[in-house]
Design a protein around this ligand. Structure first.
Ligand code: PEP
Ligand code: MN
Length: 282
């Protein structure tokens, strides 16, 4: 791998980065970010936020700017959506993770977001990366759906080089010849990132699989692989979801998943004394 001198590529030889968001420490604790694909209404967002908070999530996700394949699909509520997210944060205390798609929006979206998300389609939008490199909000950088680890870390480097050290990587699946799942969730990237980078990495099994029945096992597998957290799409009433309905977990499914993650985490802590896989020692 080239560019080993760049800071995003430093693995075990330097201290791992912890990204602090409120009282959540990404890189130390296993974090669960959950919420709707998109902010559809105040009722939908606040109800969903209360449900995920109750189940034990650490942060709320929700898109106000939705980069959609078709220009005729719902594009998000924009500023109105950000104001709803702000209200959901006030009601639940959950920090808000939301996507920014345009460099011109970065500074004002910072007034509403606790973490700025860069989506898969914008991973190599270098002017956007430079812009988020200048602000003091952590950035969740999703892996481009056609990107190698090296390309991804170079994009993280744009943000770090701009002066923002708080980058969280997010594996969300890559395009392969497989069509059964929406994407191919590359969990091997988790220990690979741990080998070559100090940055925390979380996993998005919702977009990574696009199939409800597969999200839970892949969430547990992400934890077992040493990920620092997961980001999951949840809707208080999935049948009504405007966006990514087929992968929206119901409150019951999400609560069930949280219980299993808790049990797996306890097993992993016990095993940490015996095994030394990346992410297992704590
Ligand atoms: C999202 O998380 O809302 C999203 C659009 O994901 P991705 O960029 O990974 O497709
Ligand atoms: Mn989605």
């Amino acid at each position: 791998m080239k560019n080993l001198k760049l800071s995003a590529f430093h693995g075990n030889e330097i201290k791992r980065t912890t990204v602090t968001v409120g009282d959540v420490k990404v890189g130390e604790d296993f974090v669960v970010i959950a919420g709707p694909c998109s902010v559809e209404s105040e009722e939908q967002t606040i109800k969903t936020a209360q449900i995920v908070k109750e189940a034990g999530a650490n942060m709320l996700r929700g898109g106000a700017f939705k980069p959609r394949t078709s220009p005729y699909s719902f594009q998000g509520l924009g500023l109105k959506g950000l104001k709803i997210l702000e209200k959901a944060r006030m009601e639940t205390g959950l920090p808000v993770v939301t996507e920014v798609t345009d460099p011109r929006d970065v500074s004002w979206v910072c007034e509403y977001a606790d973490v700025l998300q860069i989506g898969t389609r914008n991973m190599q939008n270098f002017s956007l990366l430079q812009e988020v490199g200048k602000v003091d909000k952590p950035v969740l950088l999703k892996r481009g759906m056609y990107s190698t680890l090296e390309e991804w870390l170079n994009c993280a480097e744009y943000i770090l080089a701009g002066g923002n050290p708080n980058v969280i990587l997010c594996e969300r699946g890559i395009r392969t010849f497989e069509t059964y799942t929406r994407n191919t969730l590359d969990l091997s990237i988790v220990p690979s990132v741990k080998e070559v980078s100090h940055l925390p990495i979380i996993v998005d099994p919702s977009h990574g699989t696009g199939r409800l029945s597969i999200i839970e096992p892949m969430s547990l597998a992400a934890m077992a692989a040493g990920a620092d957290g997961i980001i999951i799409e949840v809707h208080y009433n999935p049948d009504e979801a405007v966006c990514d309905k087929d992968q929206a977990m119901s409150p019951e499914m999400f609560t069930g998943l949280m219980g299993k993650l808790g049990r797996l985490e306890s097993c992993m802590h016990e095993l940490a004394g015996l095994k030394s896989a990346p992410g297992w020692a704590s």
